[in-house]
Design a protein around this ligand. Structure first.
Ligand SMILES: Nc1ncnc2c1ncn2[C@@H]1O[C@H](COP(=O)(O)OP(=O)(O)OP(=O)(O)O)[C@@H](O)[C@H]1O
Length: 535
């Protein structure tokens, strides 16, 4: 019993001060500190402790993107994946926009649906697509034609005070080879033809006025009765085109001009290509042709230098097209292109920019300089098709150690091997149709194409280099492999000038691509063998 009493647990005993408040003073006489470390330490306070008070910072600092970030931490080093880097350099395009555009353009499946002049509509098939049947407009044409022709005009009026209130601004952004040239050319030709009617009336009125004045002078009696010698006045449009198309290279000048010229034969207007590829005399004759000029196709360098000595060349331009705007508004071209835009602005009715991509740099330039620009962006722009696999080969690391050619050869072998494996069925027998891979390798210099092709050949890959120096007869069989005709038809026969229309279209596409990425060379490889060609 005594033992039991002894073992009475201490926790059962209450403190003698249990009902008393905590002491307000320490034994030394100062105010007692609260024990904040206990679970109940912060209770019943009426004021937040100073360390929890929000710190007020200047507004400007709060707006900075770095606000709230720990500046002492070293910056995260991002992986330098090229494909992703490329994707990051492009302006994002929302899914909502893509689907809205898709449904908007779905029903526009014939050129007949656009409000073009009849003569132009009738010329489309024969001049733009000779030999092709049932051609329907591409997405960018369905999107651009109604906008540029003004049939959906209500929301594209300029609001910016920096530009003429009459001027409409458009950005046509669509994948490479999607038919942008025709998308801007048709409305420009249409505008040229429509403007001819009031101009012809004005001209006739002016002539009549002069004739009446002459008659009056005669009737009043000229003392000597002498008539002034006939003076051949220059055509009012000589040296003053109504439409100007700017492209980055002389090759593109010719490419665009050949389409414009084709239309000019039936629609009847005057188109003139000028570039450094022509002599000064040819340029002068074309620009100042006594018959006048409606459409000028040029590079910014040449036009800017002409405009310095002949400012009138830009005084009447109503339609200015900046093709390949991503190049023409980049750092190297931008000063020239911007100067041309500025000088043309007073008379401009439409400024049309075209691009196969919208890099962020172009995006911010347009937001700043042309905030009211109407963006006509196709649903698939910047979209990587789901079937496309992106891969990165780190050439600096083992086993390549900086040897890009070796990395290229091995990548080709890997693709070829997977094609072989693909071509074997589960029971081990070869499948009827082997899974042929067509591979294109782009390099950045003409000479490099030949070099890479040679290297690949030394590694047992039958490659052929394509460049603009490649004879056109040799281009067709290679390109045919990409249209699927190479295996059905004799490659040699399609190498003749009777190349199929599909071949020609493809050649044109590669031509456009080459110019766009500045004379880059392509290397086409098929059947684990290779044929390299660059149109
Ligand atoms: N509606 C169409 N149907 C079939 N082919 C077309 C159509 N419109 C254009 N093409 C053809 O597509 C090819 C590429 O057209 P175009 O050169 O205009 O493309 P692009 O978008 O300007 O390309 P890039 O961005 O490379 O300059 C040309 O051969 C052209 O004849």
């Amino acid at each position: 019993m005594a033992q039991l009493q002894k073992r009475k647990p201490a926790r059962m005993e209450l403190s003698p001060r249990v009902a008393q408040p905590p002491p307000r003073t320490t034994p030394s006489g100062g105010p007692a500190k609260r024990r904040t470390a206990s679970p109940f330490g912060g209770m019943n306070r009426t004021k937040a402790p100073a360390r929890l008070e929000p710190v007020k910072r200047p507004e400007a600092e709060a707006r900075r993107p770095s606000y709230g970030k720990d500046k002492t931490k070293p910056k995260e080093k991002r992986e330098g994946f090229h494909a992703l880097k490329m994707q990051r350099a492009l302006a994002p395009i929302g899914y909502g926009h893509r689907s809205a555009v898709k449904s908007k353009i779905q029903s526009l499946d014939s050129f007949e649906q656009f409000p073009l002049l009849d003569l132009i509509k009738e010329s489309i098939a024969s001049q733009a697509f000779p030999g092709l049947e049932d051609v329907v407009p591409t997405p960018v044409q369905r999107l651009a034609l109604p906008a540029l022709l003004g049939s959906d005009r209500k929301d594209c009026r300029a609001k910016s005070p920096s530009v003429s209130s009459q001027m409409e601004q458009f950005l046509l952004a669509a994948e490479t080879g999607s038919g942008k040239t025709l998308a801007y050319l048709l409305p420009v030709i249409d505008a040229i033809k429509r403007a001819e009617i009031p101009e012809a009336n004005e001209e006739a009125q002016e002539k009549a006025r002069k004739k009446v004045a002459e008659e009056l002078r005669k009737n009043e009696g000229d003392v000597f009765g002498l008539e002034p010698p006939p003076v051949s006045e220059p055509h009012p449009t000589a040296g003053r085109p109504r439409a100007i198309i700017l492209v980055p290279t002389a090759e593109l000048v010719d490419q665009v001009a050949s389409l414009a010229k084709a239309f000019s034969h039936t629609v009847k207007f005057r188109a003139a290509p000028i570039s450094a590829a022509y002599t000064g005399k040819v340029i002068r004759n074309r620009l100042f042709s006594p018959g006048g000029i409606d459409m000028l196709i040029s590079t910014p360098h040449l036009l800017a230098s002409i405009a310095e000595s002949e400012p009138n060349v830009l005084s009447r331009v109503s339609y200015l097209v900046i093709d390949e705007a991503d190049s023409l508004l980049d750092r190297s071209f931008s000063p020239l292109t911007s100067a041309i835009i500025d000088k043309s602005t007073p008379s401009l009715r439409q400024l049309i920019m075209c691009s196969a991509t919208i890099p962020r740099s172009l995006d911010s330039y347009l937001r700043k300089r042309f905030p009211d620009i109407k963006r006509l962006v196709t649903p698939n722009l910047h979209a990587i098709p789901r079937r496309v696999q992106l891969g990165v080969v780190e050439v600096e690391k083992d086993p390549y150690r900086g040897n890009k050619d070796l990395a290229c050869a091995e990548t080709i072998w890997t693709i070829g091997k997977s094609a072989e494996e693909h071509g074997v069925s589960e029971d081990g027998s070869a499948k009827e149709k082997s899974d042929t891979k067509h591979i294109i390798v782009f390099v950045n210099e003409r000479e490099k194409a030949a070099e890479v092709a040679q290297y690949l050949a030394s590694k047992g890959i039958d490659a052929e280099a394509l460049s603009r120096d490649t004879a056109s007869l040799r281009q067709s069989p290679t390109l045919a492999a990409f249209t699927g005709t190479a295996h059905e038809s004799n490659a040699a026969s399609s190498a003749t000038s009777a190349a199929s229309v599909a071949d020609r279209t493809l050649v044109e596409r590669f031509r456009g691509e080459r110019s766009r990425i500045q004379r880059c060379l392509s290397l086409l490889i098929w059947d684990h063998g290779v044929s390299t060609r660059l149109p």
